[in-house]
Design a protein around this ligand. Structure first.
Ligand code: SF4
Length: 420
């Protein structure tokens, strides 16, 4: 078929939902399952019971930002504490960044908290405290709110019939429709958004979106999906393909074209029957994380009440772990011998504290490995006990002495807690 110049051919039908009856049945099955099996989560309760639209949108927004790259079980406690401390946008807009970092400590990807607070300030100062009312405006007007978060807030808080695509949805849709092309590629992502928008239930969009994500999180999981319990298995082409295999002449479970279909697996990576439905989705090989080593020194002294105190310093206000506190640390050059490591760290501490820190006085404690999203970080941990009163030049960088209890209540990263 010929298509107008500048437009792409629609994808082959095996990868689409084109039958309205099937779409209706999938919506019904998924929502019925969700009503039966959904997890009881604090943001769901707020979204269902809060009568004020701005408060509702704020409650969903906070949950969505916290849930990015973080497990539900971890988020619940943080979410409850956050909503108790800042139940409204207005309250959050008045918080300090230090308070936000303290509450966020341990949740990871720290810029999320900072951006949330900046965006709340913007809503209060520039939008008269009113949250934008559509996905389009949320994305356009709120810093840090991308297409997914905007769609989630608008569908869950306002009932706008707009779809969402996150990691869970990508997995479910790729399996439902045997999409085996690189699921991170813009062409595939665009297709999935179109599909999510077409599928979303018109009368219960928020529940439908949450149901699709919940299905991905609890049933259609990455490695061991529970297809036997899946409420939409009769719509799932990956499952049918697993049952019937490729050689069986079931038309809609065949690849749709040899090498030419933009949504099929590449010809070099055909269906692997040992993988079953987990053939989908496929991702291009991930970039290897950068490998770094950082020397860090736990400086301790006896405080005036006899308890040990530790020196922590604040990181710069931009970049990785912006504004968080840590033990004095120094990124090490590659392949530095242990002896040399100790020397550069001692030099660094001398310059900082003005104390005659000798390399031999640093006690090697051990190594701590922490994986950030794109960095494989090894902290080489030393400790040093100081006997006198050390005062650091406050104009150099913020620093303070803290007890162990104060350390845990400070805005410190999970990596630093491991170091301690
Ligand atoms: Fe996922 Fe299996 Fe359900 Fe298909 S049948 S959507 S692969 S859990």
């Amino acid at each position: 078929a010929a298509f107008p110049a500048g437009t792409l051919a629609p994808p082959p039908t095996p990868h689409l939902f084109s039958d309205p009856a099937e779409i209706g049945s999938l919506r019904g099955n998924l929502l019925a399952w969700y009503d039966r099996c959904k997890r009881d989560l604090p943001w769901r309760t707020l979204a269902a019971t809060e009568p004020d639209a701005d408060r509702r949108a704020y409650a969903v927004w906070v949950s969505e930002i916290m849930l990015q790259q973080t497990q539900v079980a971890t988020v619940i406690d943080y979410y409850n504490r956050w909503m108790q401390k800042w139940p409204t946008l207005q309250a959050l807009a008045q918080a300090s960044l230090e308070e936000v970092n303290e509450l966020w400590a341990g949740l990871g990807y720290y810029s999320r908290g900072k951006r949330l607070q900046e965006a709340a300030k913007k809503v209060v100062s520039e939008l008269a405290g009113q949250m934008p009312r559509t996905a389009e405006d949320l994305q356009k007007l709120l810093p840090g709110v991308g297409r997914y978060t905007a769609g989630a807030i608008a569908s869950i808080s306002y009932g706008q019939a707009t779809g969402v695509v996150d990691g869970n949805v990508i997995r479910v849709l790729c399996r439902l429709r045997c999409i085996g092309a690189d699921s991170n590629s813009p062409a595939v992502i665009d297709q999935l958004w179109d599909m999510a928008n077409a599928l979303v239930d018109r009368s219960r969009p928020g529940d439908f979106n949450q149901a699709l994500m919940e299905l991905g999180a609890t049933v259609c999981t990455p490695k061991a999906p529970l297809c036997g319990e899946c409420p939409v298995k009769q719509h799932c082409r990956a499952w049918r393909r697993k049952l019937f295999g490729k050689s069986t002449p079931v038309p809609d479970v065949e690849d749709c074209g040899v090498g030419s279909c933009p949504l099929c697996p590449p010809p070099t990576e055909p269906w692997d029957s040992s993988l079953g439905v987990t053939n989908f989705p496929r991702k291009a090989a991930k970039k290897q994380p950068r490998v770094e080593r950082t020397a860090t020194c736990v400086l301790e002294r006896k405080g005036c009440h006899g308890a040990l105190e530790y020196l922590i310093v604040q990181r710069p206000s931009s970049g990785l772990l912006a504004g968080l506190w840590e033990f004095p640390s120094l990124l090490l050059a590659q392949d530095l011998q242990e002896e040399k490591q100790r020397e550069v760290l001692a030099d660094h501490l001398r310059a900082w504290t003005g104390w005659p820190v000798a390399a031999g006085g640093l006690q090697f404690i051990g190594e701590v490995v922490h994986i950030f999203s794109h960095i494989h970080q090894t902290y080489v941990v030393y400790s040093l006990h100081l006997d006198g009163d050390v005062t650091l030049d406050p104009t150099l960088f913020p620093s303070r002495w803290v007890t162990e209890e104060e350390f845990h209540a400070s805005a410190v990263s999970t990596a630093m807690k491991k170091v301690l």
